[in-house]
Every structure is written in structure tokens, then in C-alpha cells.
Design a protein. Sequence first.
Lengths: 320, 450
Amino acid sequence: MTTTTPPAAVGAQQNDGSTRASRVRKRLNSRTATVVAIVIAVVWTIPTFGLFISSFRPEAELKTTGWWTAFTDPQFTLKNYQDVLFGQSASSGQLANYFVNSLVITLPSVLFPLAFAALAAYALAWINFRGRDWLYIGIFALQIVPLQMALVPLLSFFSRGVSLGGITLMPAWNLDGAQNFAQVWFAHTCFALPFAVFLLHNFISQLPKDLMEAARVDGATHPKIFRTIVLPLVAPALAAFAIFQFLWVWNDLLVALIFAGGSEVTAPLTVRLAELAGTRGNEWQRLTAGAFVSIVVPLIVFLSLQRYFVRGLLAGSVKG
Amino acid sequence: MAVFARPRQALAIAGVLGLTLGVTACGTGSSDNSGGNNNADSAECAPYEKYQGHSGKKVSIYSSIRDIEADRLDQSWKEFEDCTGIDISHEGSGDFEAQLPVRADGGNAPDIAFIPQPGLLQRFAERGQIKAASADTKAMAEQNYPADWLKYSTVGGTFYGAPLGSNVKSFVWYSPKMFQEKGWTVPTTWEEMIKLSDTIADSGTKPWCAGIESGDATGWPATDWIEDVMLRTQTPEVYDQWTTHEIPFNDPRVVEAVDRAGTILKNEKYVNGGFGGVRSIATTAFQEGGIPITAGKCALHRQASFYANQWPENTKVAEDGDVFAFYFPAIDPSRGKPVLGGGEFVVAFADRPEVQAVQTYLASGEHANSRAKIGDWVSANNKLDLANVSNPIDKLSVEILQDDSSVFRFDGSDLMPAAVGAGTFWKGMVDWINGKDTASVLQGIESSWK
């Protein structure tokens, strides 16, 4: 994917703004700017760093003194991590088991919207049909609907089905146990699609028209064009969206709480994490270690795909 | 696709998602099926005979109880599960109060929920979402619980479910060791308590400590204070009128109670031991509020029985230990012992026979004792045998709840509409601690109660 060269039109557009961009770049390269950037980075990192130190401190110390006392009076333990990962209690800790649930929820919830949105974006950009623009505006406008508003209707859609005037359009799903994953995938896919279509449409519609026409002349069908021309060219955008969506789903608590529930079969890490502190919050020392356990995967994903993430952000800002 | 029981479902799912997914890999096998009822006829199972006949059925329970307390609950009904073959799956969540209405509205309600707020219970009852308790459950509840409790789960004359666990809020925590060293005695009337406070204040320690910071629920410990004092300055009937808004929130009788609480909470001479001045109450976490007692920087801390979990590890909670609690004394003992408390109610969203069996069982003495034996449990169930309650503070709580002279009232802020009881009342108390005068605070709360 890294070898993909940006199409000519995209490059040309970037060149148009190059004088302004280079001026900005110059200004951001000055010494003061660097110092300011470092200071901001340090200030932003301190709370996380404090949390990290705290996660290794014994409960009694953690609850009575600040994390900085660890430097003057170093006392460290792995007990918090032990509690969180392999806790004795069936109702808390054991995050290790919930890792799998989180993955099972996250991967399809990233892949489904990605696949659907890429197809939809291609159709909206390159297939001429009546009402195309209105359809696109409609999808774009759906981003305005806050997902919180859709929670109860969607839940009712799963558990009661849909009927209109006495005719059952869709029966209730009546899912049980691990089948509840399907609900979560469905919900995440629904909520992600408007943005995904919007983002990918911006990319796909920018591809040079000549390319498409040449392919059509050579006899390529839409599926063929999509697979061999469009997909490789928009790979950075696909990766950018995948990261957005991955981080969002991995960190999501609300949707998972409602559609996956808190049973050990389906609950993701976040749900478990929220329950770690005990009924009255008296075990909050576990949250420190829990936070770092749950952070590991997003961190790996982010660091390894960071380049696309930045490109994706630019995609949203420059072309949106 | 074998996991989907009905082809129609499978079609719906596959059709909508456009995919066929191997959900099987994720293992349904791990659900805690407690085995069949192989030993249903054994002697241990005799008490459960009336609940039998629902083998293989599942009942889901949703509550705000989590972590070790949830484990203990699971353990408490283990025998019931073994003997009846009913599989109970419990799920605890910190977002219980917000999630339950969403699930109920979305048609995905659990079979049973343990609701700690009668106000919330009433909401479900009015919308017809919860089912009236069966005759068996009702009979069991009436037999085992005082009428003071049952009225909180009765809406419009319909009884919805029995209480389960309880807590007593009318407690003042202190250090028996410190009291012994200094020669102080546990006060039994309000007057003695004020006198003791003065003595302690004169000795150079601020006698009271408090903390009402609790995240987005900041202010609730102060509302408990007001309610407790209200129960002492007024009759229980006036208290009921106050919580049901038959008298305005800024009634002179409420003002009197708040001002009396203020003679302790807003008295710079009395508070805030170990933390600073009056204002530090608002910024001190409720979990930390009483901790200075262990360091000798404060002598008295009014907080519920469940505060026992907050003491640092290795603190002995007993009458002869490091910390213990005494009953928050009445102003006029001749009027009986007013007790402020809370607890959760077992209500059902389904009326399948196995759900009703579980509901009845949870109201029984068998469950109360089975749960108490595992530790850390208080219930107003009068079948609860004190000998099964191990922990001294729990024992004291159960004694108070079972005492005939006790007049029990539920935590008022849980009875009021959420906008007030879990909203303006909390915020008003924070303003009050921060120096706002009683009249304008109560006026503000009153105007928010529509």
C-alpha cells in the first residue's frame, strides 16, 4: 500500500496551495515553535504518565499520596495488574478474557462499514443514476443525527422486530448469548456508514476521470474498475477510516453496553473496565492498571498506522 | 449457521448484514450453567420444593451490584439453582440507572431487576413495564418484611416486589480506641452528641469530618444528612409529606431541619476535621470523608453502614476495634428510633413462572440467610438469623432494622423525582456547603420540583 502514488489530479491540487503550505511549514519549523510543541507534548503527557506510575503503586500508597511521591519513596507492585488481568472474582478483573470479545466486536465493526461505504461511495461518485446527488446529500445529512437518539429505536428493532400496519416486515431477532455480537456489529455499522460514505466519496470522486474512461473503453465493468483501479488508489483513505473506526469502536462503551450487554460472553473490555471499581467505587486503584491494559491495542494500531491517520485527517480537512 | 435456532432468524440476520458469520467460534459454552437438578430430591433441596418444576429455564437479573458483592450474590443462590434447575444469570453495571430505562423502552428488559430507587420503580410501574408480583411473592414479602418497607414498592395499590438487601444510613462512625483513651462515651441523645462535640472541639480537634464529593453524584451524602435530621426534628408523617411534595421543599419545617444540620456541618468549630474548613466538605471525596478518624484528626463521621468497605486495609471494624459506628441519636427518644436507610427492590419485567419463582425465593428467609452466611450483608428480612450475620456493623444494622421501636424511612432523595432527588437537591447542598443561605437554596430546589 505504501508504494501507491497519489493520482495526478490530487497531486496537482496540492501543488496549488504549495506556497501557502510552505510558508506555514517554515513558520512551524522555527525554534520557538519546536519548544512550544515540546512543552505542549510534555504537559499533555503528564497525567497519563502519572496514571502509569500509579498503576504500579500499592493500593494503600495510591490512595493516600500523590503519584509523584513514588520518586522519593519508591514502592512498586504488580498487584493491580494481577487483579485486573487474572482477578479471582468472577465479577471483576479477568480482562484477559474480554480482550477476545473486544476484538470480535471491533474487527467486523470496522470491516463492514469499510466494505459497504467503499461500494456506496464508488456508486455515488461514478455511476450515473437518477437522484444520485439527493441520495448523497441524504447520507451526508444523516451524520447530524446523534447516535444516542437512535439507541432505543434500534434496540426495539432488534428485540421486537418491525411491523407496519399489522404486517411484519422483519421478525424480532431474539438473539441469545454470543449471537448478540451481530447486534453490536449492526449498530456500529449503521452509525459509521454516513461518515464513511462521506469520507470515501470525497476521495473516490477526486480520482481522474480519464482513468475511468480509459478503463471503460478497454471494456472494464464497474466491479472490475472498482477492484483493480479504485481500491488500490484509495487505500490510504481506507486505512485512515479503518483507524478512526477502530479507535472509536474499541473505546466505545455506550453502544456495547446497550447492544452487547454485560454478560461475559459478549461484553467488551470497556464494559468490564467500567465495573472494575466495585459497587461503591472503593477499588478504584484497579482502574489505573485497567486503563493501561485496554490502551495497549489502540496504541499498537495507532503507532503502526500513524502515517495514514495523519493523511486521513488531512483528507477530511482539505477536501471536506 | 447451526447456532441460529430458527431459519427465519438466520435469514433475517444474513439478509440484513449480507453476511454469514461463524459466531459459533466465540463459544456459547462458557455460560455458567450450574448443572441439572440431579440432586433435586436430596435433603438439602427440601426447602426449595415449592420452586421446582422449572428445570432448564433461564432467568436474567440486572442490577447495580458488581465485583465481589456480585460474586457473593451468585454464590447465595447457587443451591437454589442446583435444586430447581433454574439458571440465574446476573449482570451488574455501574450505569444501571441509565441503562435500565433504555433496555425497557427498547423491549430488551431483563427478567428481574434490583432497583434501589423507589422513584425509578414508580416510573416503570406507571408505564406498565414491570409486572405485579405474584400472590406467592406478595405473601412471602408480607410475611418477611415490615410494612414500612413494602409501601415503597407499592404503586397505585399494586405490589411489585420485595426488598432484597438494605443499608442503614443513620450511623455515626467513630474510633472506639480514641473514645476510650480520651474518656469519651458514645452519646445516646442529640444533646449528648452536641455536648461531646463541644468537648472534643475544646480539646483542640475538630470533632466532625465529612466529604460530599462523588463525581457526578456530588452532594448526595449531604442530602442524607438533611433527611436524617428531618426524621429527627419532625414526625415520620411530615417526612413522608416532604418526600412526596405534599408540603413545599422550603416549608419552615424543612428549613428548621436544614438549619439544625447546619449547626454541625456549617460550624467552623466542628468541621472539617483533617481537611480544613467548612468548604472543604464539598471538595472531599465521600470515600475519604471519614478516613481522618483513623489518624486521630477527627472523631465523628455520619455515614451509612456501607462505609465499612471504605476503611483502609487492616482497619478493624468492631465495637472494640479501630473504628465502629453508633446509632445517630434521636432528638426526642420518646418518639422511637427513626432510621434512615436504603435498599433494592426485586421487580420483574416478565411474568413467566420461573421468574416468579426466583422473585419469591429472593424474598424468602432462605435466601436472606444463605446470602448473610457468605458475609457483608444486611437485610430487613425478619427471618434473617442474627447468628448468620458475621460482621459487627452488619449485625448492628440488622438489630436496628429488626428493632420494633425503629421507625424506618427510605432515603428521601431516592423517593423524589430524579430531577430533584438526583439533581437539584444534590447541587443545592453543594451550594449550601459553599456558603449559600438555607432559604435561597431550598427556594431553588422547590422551584425545580414541578
